[in-house]
Design a protein around this ligand. Structure first.
Ligand SMILES: Nc1nc2c(ncn2[C@@H]2O[C@H](COP(=O)(O)OP(=O)(O)OP(=O)(O)O)[C@@H](O)[C@H]2O)c(=O)[nH]1
Ligand SMILES: [Mg+2]
Length: 476
């Protein structure tokens, strides 16, 4: 009988381990989205930071792989898609590590980052076969505005123009859109197009969308790519606008209009936009996502007033369409998405006192589920959480009119001074008229409280629950 010496046996064991390891390595695509300023960059930075700097001081008790002592380490590895920007993790971290910490700069478009998470599998059988397994997570950051475009796929140019016209006539928007609407009314849609004139009007329409978002705090922005053009900035495919005067033009003449007329070119560009921008995003990116987190800042609209809040509600409705997996859903008919878990997170929860967190969660829940009876989300496991990616306030109690009340303390972005306040109560349900009459909520932008060292975990609220929901079953 041939004798196997110890070295050979070790090599054999190592090989066997490698083989099992390889089959144990898993991969998932995690997508992070939310409307602009909802907190995507802060979220991804904290998500990665928590995993890279896991140690005895980390506060990640609800992430089971850590709680059970099976987490080994996480590191950044080169990303999969070389044609997509790298998520600027170091740059973003440097804003939190400098002496006077600030928030990272706004970002535009899509970016990616890949993490490798090493852990010990829980399963005893696997545990004997191998020491470790690795979960590779590709994280994609993309603007939530891009999801607002899905409904366009179901609309002709005429239908979209009419729907947008209705939106523009809405009292709060009309104030700043009437000039644009008046200009469109004076156009002859059947004249041979002057491309310069068209480009200028498209620019005006884009500026309107920017003002809706950034000056009025509104959320329904269509086409979504107009305010976040990325590499398409200045391209003719983003130069069109809704023709808001359809009721006054001849339908037959419109149907037969050539592409070199004003209306013909608007229609042609709209169709091209749907194909090359909207569909392309779903085909190239969205269908590859395994899991999705949608970040929503409910507090800013709550502070801005009823119009802004109602608009957020409508935008979330539009966003939900992309997850309507029912057989009859437009989306499933067009593509074959495979997202199995969807997390809604109300961000910046450190802006309210702790006893309000439940209210914030149920408010977002209501906003998300308002349409559920019409849609079919059976195939997706959904959850809602109130989180702070980077906790920037301290909590305590203060005396107000002889009574102890919960308060938060933070450093104002505006002048850096410390302020202690009770910011107000968050309604647990979609607020009614009476709520808005008393201006009940006071949102003040806070700077990150303390600078952290590069290899230190950032303070947070419920990031461990986020990790458990999104990754927990993959690192068992
Ligand atoms: N207090 C607090 N503020 C936050 C938190 N996360 C984000 N913010 C605030 O929200 C702002 C926007 O956060 P970002 O992470 O840049 O949001 P974004 O979605 O990446 O924004 P865009 O890149 O412009 O689309 C920050 O500048 C902060 O003022 C948080 O956890 N706590
Ligand atoms: Mg960003």
């Amino acid at each position: 009988m041939a004798l196997i010496n110890k070295d050979t046996l070790d090599i054999f064991k190592q090989k066997a381990n490698q083989l099992v390891n390889r089959t144990l390595d898993k991969h998932m695509n995690l997508a992070v989205t939310g409307l602009s300023r909802s907190g995507k960059t802060a979220f991804i930075t904290s998500f990665v930071n928590q995993l890279l700097n896991e140690n005895s001081q980390s506060k990640l008790d609800f992430f089971n792989v850590i709680h059970q002592g099976r987490f080994i380490a996480a590191k950044r590895v080169p990303q999969k898609s070389l044609h997509i920007s790298r998520f600027a993790y170091e740059k973003s971290m440097s804003s939190f590590t400098q002496e006077e910490p600030t928030w990272p700069e706004p970002t535009h478009g899509i970016s990616e980052l890949r993490l490798a998470i090493r852990y010990q599998p829980q399963d005893s059988l696997l545990k004997y076969a191998t020491d470790t397994a690795t979960l590779y997570v590709d994280i994609t950051d993309y603007p939530g505005e891009w999801l607002l475009d899905l409904p366009l796929l179901n609309q002709t140019f005429e239908e979209w123009s009419e729907a947008t016209n209705q939106l523009l006539l809405n009292t709060s928007r009309y104030e700043i859109s009437k000039e644009f609407i008046n200009k469109v009314e004076l156009l002859d849609p059947f004249e041979v197009v002057d491309e310069d004139k068209l480009a200028k009007l498209a620019e005006e329409y884009t500026q309107l969308l920017m003002d809706f978002r950034h000056k009025m705090g509104l959320s329904v922005i269509q086409p979504g790519r107009f305010i976040l053009p990325g590499e398409l900035d200045g391209a003719p495919i983003l130069q069109f606008f809704p023709f808001t005067n359809f009721e006054n033009i001849d339908v037959n003449k419109y149907q037969n209009a050539e592409d070199n007329t004003l209306i013909g070119m608007l229609r042609a560009r709209y169709i091209e936009y749907k194909e090359r921008v909207v569909k392309a995003f779903y085909k190239e990116h969205f269908i590859n996502f395994d899991r999705q987190i949608i970040l929503a800042d409910c507090l800013t609209p709550l502070n801005s007033g009823p119009d802004s809040f109602k608009d957020l509600q409508q935008a979330l409705n539009l966003i939900m369409e992309s997850f309507n997996y029912g057989k009859s859903g437009l989306f499933t008919r067009l593509f074959s998405p495979k997202i199995d878990k969807l997390l809604f997170a109300a961000t910046k929860a450190d802006h309210v006192t702790p006893e309000q967190h439940n209210h914030l969660t149920s408010l977002l829940n209501q906003l998300v589920h308002q349409t559920q009876h019409q849609l079919n989300f059976d195939e997706i496991n959904m959850a809602t959480l109130a989180i702070a990616s980077i906790k920037s306030t301290k909590t305590g109690t203060g005396l107000h009119q002889g009574e102890n009340i919960p308060v938060i303390q933070g450093r104002k972005v505006s002048d850096g001074s410390l302020i202690t306040l009770f910011p107000g109560a968050v309604p647990a349900k979609i607020p009614k008229k009476e709520f808005w009459q008393s201006k009940p909520f006071n949102y003040i932008a806070f700077s990150p409280l303390h600078s952290v060292a590069e290899n230190q975990a950032l303070p947070h609220l419920r990031m461990d629950q986020v990790l458990e929901f999104l990754l927990g079953d993959k690192v068992k």
